[in-house]
Design a protein around this ligand. Structure first.
Ligand SMILES: *[C@@H]1O[C@H](CO)[C@@H](O)[C@H](O)[C@H]1NC(C)=O
Ligand SMILES: *[C@@H]1O[C@H](CO)[C@@H](O)[C@H](O)[C@H]1NC(C)=O
Length: 421
């Protein structure tokens, strides 16, 4: 067993590394590395990924930009090392298992009452007999050897076309305590317009939760034991595996995989796109924030409140009378190493360039304060300008809006995908 596992691990890390290893420049032409081709990263040979485009542009125009590409690769490798650090012995080949529609979706915390106006507002195309033409797939991807949490539940919708051709994909990610079924109105709207739309249950959510405290319990357990990364990072691992699956599907155009999400889902979209350049158009909604900025400026309270019992537990363990900056910092270090330092927004967000990225936030959002976004946004704008792609980056802070995805944001996201994907 051991050699096989070791082999799987080596292959997986190589395959991951291969995704962003700088393509060799031969006589001015970009060629995919043989490693990428032989390790099943087939999409690489089918499309010049945006990442290779960066390298080409940078190489063509000289030294300093080449360095920044290398810096991006280095940061991605460091992030991958962090993800691998708690799953060295858990590697399995990617496998697919059949699933079934979920009849009674799990909402932790207060279940949503009624429908979401914003969610319902996404532009749709009138399709005759839409319900009959809609193809629904429910399946699981085995992403690591970890029981329930190593099984990624996926819901995929698309139109049954008479002329089958490869379609663009939109991956849509849910917010804290919700689940993939919550996103159905958005999934259907994109499907009506010819996209394949995909939602997943994040770690400890939806089908991966057994009670309404599963997510909070997992966060507390990570704080105590330091063996998992239930806040953002473990789900990013799943999203890389989802990228593997999607780029191998016959109905998918592997060069056109977009990613978006709301709140926690926006954070997932941000970190997955930073790490995995196959996500080619990126729209994080009310997810981008400066974790370090919040600590340095005493503005972490609203973020902490969204998963308060975790920080209460840490406060007690640290013998403090109230949650303070030190508690916050220690929790991030333990459950999401680097989140408030090397992988924070000012460093990871610009590295999504030059892939088209729209950042949508509320100007009055206490969980993602816009003052904390000045640095990441200006650095990102500079990164896009440097590669001649200034038009592919946009930041919108909607006036008068708190931590809420609005009708306007849904429309902006939808337009962005139509324009760039
Ligand atoms: C979880 O469910 C139990 C029993 O259904 C309920 O009493 C409790 O209030 C719920 N807790 C939360 C955080 O929603
Ligand atoms: C798609 O439509 C065709 C023709 O109506 C039908 O035969 C086929 O079963 C449908 N496929 C799916 C996956 O629903």
């Amino acid at each position: 067993m051991l050699p096989r596992r070791a082999m799987a691990l080596a292959l997986a890390s190589l395959a991951l590394a291969a995704m962003w290893s700088p393509p060799r420049l031969a006589g001015g032409h970009v060629t995919a590395t043989s490693a990428a081709a032989s390790l099943g990263c087939r999409s690489k040979s089918k499309c010049v990924s945006s990442h290779s485009t960066t390298t080409t542009t940078a190489a063509a125009s000289g030294g300093s930009k080449m360095e920044s590409t290398t810096a991006a690769d280095g940061l991605r490798r460091s992030f991958l090392d962090v993800l691998l650090s708690r799953r060295r012995n858990l590697q399995v080949p990617l496998a697919v298992e059949n699933g079934r529609p979920v009849k009674d979706p799990m909402y932790q915390g207060t279940p949503p009452t009624g429908r979401s106006e914003a969610m319902e507002s996404c532009p749709r195309k009138e399709v005759e007999n839409f319900k009959e033409k809609l193809v629904e797939e429910n399946f699981y991807l085995i992403t690591e050897q970890l029981g329930e949490q190593g099984r990624l539940p996926v819901l995929l919708l698309k139109l049954n076309d008479t002329a089958p051709k490869r379609k663009p994909v939109i991956v849509i990610l849910h917010s804290s305590y919700k689940c993939k079924e919550w996103l159905r109105p958005l999934l259907e709207a994109y499907a009506s317009r010819g996209y394949i739309s995909v939602a997943i249950d994040s770690r400890y959510h939806g089908e991966r939760a057994s009670s309404n405290t599963t997510y909070i319990d997992a966060l507390k357990s990570a704080w105590r034991n330091g063996d998992t990364m239930p806040f953002i990072f473990d789900t990013v691992w799943d999203l890389i595996k989802l990228g593997d699956h999607l780029s191998e599907r016959e109905d998918v155009d592997p060069c056109r995989i977009g990613i978006t999400g709301e709140s926690l889902g926006g954070m997932h979209a941000w970190f997955a796109a930073f790490l995995d350049t196959r996500y080619s158009v990126v729209v994080p909604i009310i997810g981008i924030q400066g974790f370090r900025w919040a600590i340095d400026n005493n503005k972490w309270q609203a973020r902490v409140d969204s998963i308060k019992p975790l920080f209460e537990e840490a406060r007690i363990d640290l013998g403090k009378s109230e949650i303070d900056t030190e508690v916050v910092q220690k929790v991030w270090d333990k459950i999401a190493p680097g989140l408030d330092s090397q992988f924070d927004a000012p460093f990871s967000v610009p590295m999504i360039a030059p892939r088209p990225m729209l950042l949508l936030n509320g100007a009055e959002d206490p969980r993602c304060p816009v003052s904390g976004l000045k640095e990441p946004v200006s650095r990102a704008a500079k990164a896009y300008e440097e590669v001649g792609s200034a038009d592919k980056f946009k930041f919108i802070a909607e006036p008068g809006i708190g931590h809420q995805m609005t009708i306007n944001m849904v429309k902006e996201a939808s337009d962005w995908f139509d324009r760039f994907l």
